[in-house]
Structures are given as structure tokens and as C-alpha cells.
Ligand binder design. Structure first.
Ligand code: ARG
Length: 277
């Protein structure tokens, strides 16, 4: 008898990234940020460049948003908006230090001719929103508790016309959804249950019984802050245990080193916004 393992299929993606040319840790708005720890901008740029090249080598298109003065966290491009089916749902940042990033992203979408939804509530874009186009006909997962307001979830549901499942984050180390959960393909996720409230853990277990469940060490290594094309999973090189779990589940882990950007509280996914036309 021949046992055919699930074949994981990759799909060509379009991404938006912003180089860490102005990256520093000038303020602390999450537990990972230590303003007394020096940042090596040259190294950050080198690591970022390698991430960009990795995505290009996998066949994906990467757009680049120029870095702006006075916005050291702009490298975390995932926070600038959330796109579904050609509509960009704009971000409104929680902290004033990052507020101006939203306008840079809005201008990008305007120039590229996207439909743009003005945010009315605080939400940090793909940092707190994930899209599963093939789960239950197309479903959005959304985090709240530290950054994004739950009222932004209902706004996203109205604006994007997809059901939004609200998930409560309870551990300040995992302050955004994208450091605790990731889409592996159009219908499958990986996540660390301990980052979520008991009720949200039950919701995730009910909706995604086939999820790849990560442990605390995987999450602390920023393993869940990954970018997957459905087959190739680009993730932080320190997350070796999660990489092994992904291999067993039929995916191909592609480790990248992003140590400098960890100092701001982010890794692969934070640096990459997906543009879904
Ligand atoms: N220093 C940034 C902040 O605290 C990091 C953002 C990380 N981005 C993400 N998508 N999780 O806002």
C-alpha cells in the first residue's frame, strides 16, 4: 500500500517590506524592547536584506516602502494595514510614537490604486489580523487585549465582508496576534495556546482541530512570527523545535536569522505585509 502524504502547495505572493534604515530601540512599548541595549543597524539591514532575498528566491514579489525619519519601528511593515480581496483596511496605531506610519502605508495603497478603508478604531494591521481564504469560506482571525480594539474587529467584518473571529491575547510577551498564531496555508494555522484566554483557546481548538500546536519555547523564539506561502515556511532560525514540527506536518521550513529585529519585539512576519488583491 502506498501512503500519500499531504502535498503542501505553494502559491505566489506579493509582499510589502520596509528597510530598517532608521531602526533603533528609542522607546519601549512591548516587553522585548530595552532602550539600553545597543542596536547594530548595519547587521539589521543585512538580515533584512537576506529575508527579502529569501522571499524573492521562493518566487514571490516584494514591494519596498521607503523608511522615514523619526519612525524607528517602520521596519515592522505588517502593522501598516490588513488587505483582503483588493481592499486595504488601514491601521491606526495604539502608541503616538508609531502613529505617522499609517499615513506612509495609506499613501502606498492610494498610489497602487487599492480600495482603502479609513480606520475608525485602533488596530495594528496584520499584526493583529490574519486571513484564511479557504477556512469556512474565508475567515479573518483577529487579536485584542494589548493593541487592537475589539471594536476594530467589527469594523473589519463590515468593511471586508468576512466573518471575524475575535481572540483575546492575555500574555504581554505576545502582544500581537502575529507573535502567537500564523496561517500555514489557506486553511491551516499554527499557534501557541498559552498566549490566549481560556475561551479563545476553546474557539481555536474547535475551528482548527488540525492546527500545528506550538509550545512556549517555540513562541518565545518568535517561531510563530512566520511567513508561509502554503509550503515554504520562512521563520526565525532560533525556532528549531517548531521547524521540526512543521517538517513532520509536510511543510518546508526556511530558517532566517533576524536577531537584531528581535530587539524591537518582532521577527519575520512583523517585517512582511501580504498584499492580497
Ligand atoms: N516595536 C514594535 C511595536 O511594539 C514591534 C512591532 C512588531 N510587529 C508585529 N507585527 N508584531 O509596535
Amino acid at each position: 500500500m502506498v501512503i500519500v502524504k499531504d502535498e503542501r502547495m505553494s502559491r505566489k505572493r506579493t509582499y510589502l517590506m520596509c528597510p530598517p534604515e532608521r531602526f533603533t530601540v528609542a522607546y519601549a512599548i512591548n516587553p522585548w524592547m530595552d532602550t539600553s541595549a545597543p542596536v547594530d543597524v548595519e547587521l539589521a539591514l543585512k538580515q533584512w536584506q537576506l529575508l527579502r532575498e529569501t522571499l524573492a528566491r521562493l518566487g514571490h514579489t516584494v514591494h519596498v516602502l521607503p523608511a522615514e525619519d523619526g519612525l524607528p519601528d517602520m521596519v515592522y511593515a505588517a502593522n501598516g494595514a490588513f488587505t483582503v480581496d483588493g481592499t486595504a483596511f488601514g491601521a491606526r496605531f495604539r502608541y503616538p510614537q508609531r502613529a505617522a506610519e499609517a499615513e506612509a502605508h495609506r499613501a502606498f495603497y492610494a498610489e497602487q490604486g487599492w480600495a482603502y478603508v479609513e480606520p475608525t478604531e485602533i488596530n495594528e494591521g496584520e499584526g493583529d489580523f490574519a486571513y484564511l481564504p479557504d477556512a469556512y469560506g474565508g475567515m479573518i482571525l483577529a487579536g485584542y487585549g494589548f493593541r487592537t480594539e475589539p471594536t476594530a474587529h467589527s469594523h473589519a467584518q463590515e468593511a471586508l465582508g468576512r466573518p471575524v473571529i475575535s481572540l483575546q491575547l492575555v500574555d504581554p510577551r505576545f502582544y500581537h496576534l502575529d507573535v502567537a498564531l500564523a496561517a500555514l496555508d489557506d486553511k491551516r494555522i499554527t499557534y501557541y495556546p498559552g498566549a490566549f484566554s481560556a475561551g479563545s483557546q476553546r474557539v481555536l481548538a474547535q475551528l482548527f482541530p488540525d492546527a500545528v500546536v506550538a509550545d512556549e519555547a517555540d513562541a518565545l523564539a518568535f517561531g510563530l512570527n512566520l511567513v508561509s506561502d502554503g509550503r515554504n515556511v520562512v521563520l526565525n532560525s532560533e525556532a528549531t523545535a517548531l521547524a521540526a514540527k512543521l517538517t513532520s506536518a509536510g511543510y518546508t521550513p526556511v530558517p532566517v536569522e533576524l536577531g537584531e529585529l528581535k530587539k524591537g519585539g518582532g521577527s519575520v512576519k512583523c517585517c512582511v505585509a501580504e498584499l492580497r488583491r
